[in-house]
Design a protein around this ligand. Structure first.
Ligand SMILES: [Zn+2]
Length: 298
């Protein structure tokens, strides 16, 4: 099919100059400084630098990842901006103070990380993008307030490969060249187990209100940044940095951090444990009262 398209273009003498995919990117020409509208004018834009001293501890409960422990078929796509993974199934996100369930739409990577912690930038960040289940799909959800919830997982450099990431990395290798639109299906039954991309500790995370980090930057996202990090090797990062679009390799695809303004960042640190402790300490208190009453009667 590709040869046929090429032949038609040759016969018609059409010189095709492809624009940056969707007209935006990360190079000087199409980069974040040129993104328009709310991307420049907004007051709750993402990503941000998270400063531990400025966070508020809150008892929001752990994040719950429902049906994340199932095996899924997946489609891995080079969309010219990133490697995107869409599952053929419907894992859900809840907890963390969310009022309802959010359905996973897709996950994708940013190299280097978009969110920084106390000014430190990790080499990789995974975004698991969910939309409020009451909407039919991601596109409909985009038109509504606080309809998107993204879980961000940070990766730190490791000496050895992260074997859980490898099926995605292998697929990414196969779609690294950009030919109009490059796409590959991982069409093996039960290839992707999404729970492997979430850190084991789901009680520790930062939460804040922000935006999509790519145009059109809608300010409708509840962000969760997991505190625990996962490993990624240099050779795995190398594969991602070689993903190409019509402008060449996408050597990096992160948006710089944005002004936090007056937004609060919550850090769910020990609330879950403290609820348990509260129950325990209440029990001890009741036993003491009962015991002291018995003593009075004696
Ligand atoms: Zn993203």
């Amino acid at each position: 099919m590709q040869w046929l398209i090429t032949l038609v273009f040759l016969i018609l003498g059409i010189h095709v100059t492809l624009q940056s995919p969707d007209g935006w990117g990360y190079t000087d020409k199409h980069g974040p400084k040129t993104w328009e509208g709310i991307c420049q004018l907004g007051t709750r834009q993402s990503p941000i630098d998270i400063v531990d001293d400025d966070t508020l501890e809150a008892d929001l409960g752990p994040l719950e990842f429902i049906k994340y422990d199932h095996l899924y078929n997946a489609t891995v796509t080079n969309n010219g901006h990133t490697i995107q993974v869409a599952l053929k199934g419907q894992p859900l996100l809840s907890g963390g103070g969310l009022e309802t369930n959010y359905q996973l739409d897709q996950m994708h990577f940013h190299w280097e990380a978009e969110h920084t912690i106390n000014g430190y930038r990790d080499p990789l960040e995974l975004h698991l993008v969910h939309y409020n289940k009451k909407y039919n799909n991601f596109t409909t959800a985009l038109k509504h307030e606080n309809s998107i919830s993204v879980v961000a997982v940070l990766f730190e450099k490791s000496e050895v490969d992260n074997k859980h990431l490898q099926p995605i990395i292998d697929a990414a290798k196969q779609v690294s060249n950009w030919e109009l639109k490059s796409k590959i299906d991982i069409d093996v039954q039960g290839t992707v187990l999404p729970t492997l991309f979430i850190p084991a500790d789901r009680t520790m995370y930062y939460r804040y209100d922000g935006s999509l980090t790519t145009p059109t930057c809608q300010e409708i996202v509840t962000w969760f940044i997991m505190t625990e990090k996962l490993p990624v090797s240099v050779s795995q990062l190398h594969v991602l940095r070689n993903i190409k679009n019509n402008e060449g390799p996408v050597t990096s695809n992160f948006r710089p951090t944005q002004n936090r303004y007056h937004r609060k960042v919550y850090h769910h640190l020990q609330g879950y444990i403290s609820s348990q402790q509260k129950i325990l300490s209440n029990s001890v208190y009741i036993i003491l009262i009962v015991f002291s009453n018995i003593l009075v009667f004696l």
